[in-house]
Design a protein around this ligand. Sequence first.
Ligand code: NAD
Ligand code: ZN
Length: 253
Amino acid sequence: MQNNHDLTAIVEKLKQAKKICILTGAGFSAESGIPTFRDKQTGLWENFRAEELASVQGFQKNPELVWQWYQMRRNAIKDKQPNPAHHALAQWQQHADKLGQTITLISQNVDDLHEQAGSLVYKLHGNLWQNKCSQCGLPYTHEVKQTKELLFCEQCHGKIRPDVVWFGENLPKHEWQVAELAAFHCDVFISIGTSSTVYPAAGLADIAKESPGYPMTSVIEINPNPSLAKVVDYFIPEKAGEFLPQLVERMCK
Ligand code: NAD
Ligand code: ZN
């Protein structure tokens, strides 16, 4: 692995790439003021492990508690805005045609900051702003506002839950298919702001690196702290919001 800070070398590598797959995680939104999962929970919630709250078992055990935790998270992020990394990535996607590139953006984030910045994004872990029935899966499209009380499905009277992927649940089929294909076929895979601990998303870099038809695929990681990913060729120990705008300016000029 190269501890490669050399922007020129990275830009050269990326300019030659036709297919680029980008995976983002909680660190991408950190500079927007949204805590990552590594940050300690605060206040009322500090005695709970995220895994207890973000699981089917947790919801079955104490649905009110889980619902209120998600309502708190919604409240905490509702005014957050895309940061320079979101804007830079959206700009790069918008220039991709001109550069002769296909950029597939895959995110583990349940916030909607990539969308707000104008990116097309495939969300592997769902959307914090959407709800569905925990029993029949029907989307619940009414506004839920700040309500702390549980809501119920009009079709089957099941409890309404946030439409996010919990520990132990499968990823949405279509999004995962897009992600796997994009990772398999890419020339460069870029992982940004993820600790690479949660599978299957963390395995996308391995898929990129090991796809037999693409032995030259490079994996780039942008993260102030190295993640657990083992297949990184270029590690850039910088914050997404500081590095990406410089990179994209060089790519698009
Ligand atoms: P993470 O919190 O595990 O890792 C965040 C990473 O971002 C860290 O490696 C950190 O060094 C890096 N980072 C911090 N600031 C950065 C910056 N400015 N620029 C670039 N990188 C920065 O988050 P993750 O990897 O996205 O977690 C994966 C998935 O785990 C989540 O999508 C979620 O589905 C799941 N998870 C959920 C919960 C929950 O629901 N509460 C809890 C734990 C994990
Ligand atoms: Zn239902």
